[in-house]
Design a protein around this ligand. Structure first.
Ligand code: ADP
Ligand code: MG
Length: 317
């Protein structure tokens, strides 16, 4: 099977939206921007053995490579439009690629995002997805826009994916159902694009949680030149994580990665409106703390060190 057969069979999608004038098959894609919108672009690379365990099913790899990028668009308050895919494959295994493409395509269809081109090469398994989306001018949700007195909120539950990774890699003991749930959250995170319009209207600062709550909240505080206090008893946990001792689930929630929930700040007066709108969409939404004026100071009302940071690819530890 040649590179061209692969592209034709799995990555050359039919029926592009009107905004796509030229997609897969030419030297580059040609796209038409809607009037009165800004373009939001993000890219993430996924390497086997580093960003996902080697045994991850190909369907999940395809899903998650796109999901984490959709999550970045959600975090910016942007509406998904197009994406590119650069994939490096050790071998042309049709069964593997077919499952990978199916996982990616199912999620793309759910979110109305279209594959417009890419690159296919041979090498160690690595996947790079670049997403593009739209936002109204000046309305992108930035990390730097948190305000003193804002409530700090998150979608969904925290720490499930980190527990799932511990199940896969360290044999963390949970009931069979709970272990399955956590591994599922690791492999199939839910990008929170369902909240984009609500957050765009009400949130001040926003980002998605990929490296753990403390590290990621730290980015918002640094960019906004503010501090925060978190209340550990407010952190939202799944029934699966409630099986674990408090210390352990706090550690997963605060320093574990891969949640892909949105973390945002909003004026207290907006809380009820946003909570109700999220509930209508079936998304749990929780206030976990408050922004204050203590620049660079992130406090947690619990003995577990708030200095513990999330995953940093280039740190020594
Ligand atoms: P070039 O030599 O001009 O880089 P390629 O042979 O790499 O062209 O790709 C041919 C066409 O197939 C291009 O339109 C490219 O965008 C598309 N393409 C290649 N790989 C992928 C992929 N994995 N997913 C989507 N489109 C792809
Ligand atoms: Mg190429």
């Amino acid at each position: 099977m040649s590179e061209f057969d692969l592209i034709r069979d799995y990555f050359h999608w039919q029926n592009p939206p009107d905004s796509v004038r030229v997609s897969v098959g030419d030297d580059a894609a040609v796209l038409s921007m809607p009037a009165g919108r800004e373009l939001v672009v993000s890219v993430d690379t996924f390497n086997a053995g580093i960003h996902f365990p080697r045994a991850t099913p190909p369907h999940a790899i395809g899903y998650k490579a796109l999901a984490v990028n959709l999550s970045d668009l959600a975090a910016m308050g942007a509406e998904p439009a197009w994406f590119t895919l650069a994939i490096s494959l050790p071998e042309a295994d049709r069964a593997w690629i077919s499952e990978f493409a199916r996982g990616m395509r199912e999620l793309a269809q759910q979110h109305g995002i279209f594959l417009i081109g890419g690159d296919t090469t041979r090498g160690p398994l690595s996947i790079t997805v670049q997403v593009m989306g739209f936002v109204r001018p000046g309305r992108a949700l930035l990390r730097s826009n948190a305000k003193q007195g804002d409530l700090i909120c998150v979608s969904g539950t925290l720490g499930d994916a980190a527990a799932g990774l511990a199940v896969v890699q360290q044999g963390l003991e949970l009931s069979v159902d709970a272990a399955e749930y956590c591994v599922q959250r690791l492999n199939y995170p839910t990008p929170r694009n369902a909240l984009t319009d609500i957050l765009g209207e009400h949130a001040n600062a926003c980002m998605d949680i990929s490296d753990g709550l403390l590290a990621d909240l730290g980015h918002i505080l640094k960019a906004s030149q503010l501090g925060a206090k978190l209340e550990h008893a407010r952190l939202p946990f799944s029934a699966a994580l409630l099986q674990l001792p408090l210390e352990q689930r706090l550690e997963f929630a605060l320093t574990g990665g891969d949640d892909y929930e949105v973390l945002f700040t909003l004026p207290p007066a907006r809380f009820e409106t946003v909570k109700n709108a999220a509930a209508e969409r079936g998304v749990l939404f929780t206030n976990i703390g408050k922004v204050n004026e203590n620049i660079g100071d992130l406090q947690l009302d619990h003995g577990l060190s708030a200095k513990k940071q999330g995953y940093d690819h280039f740190s020594a530890n």
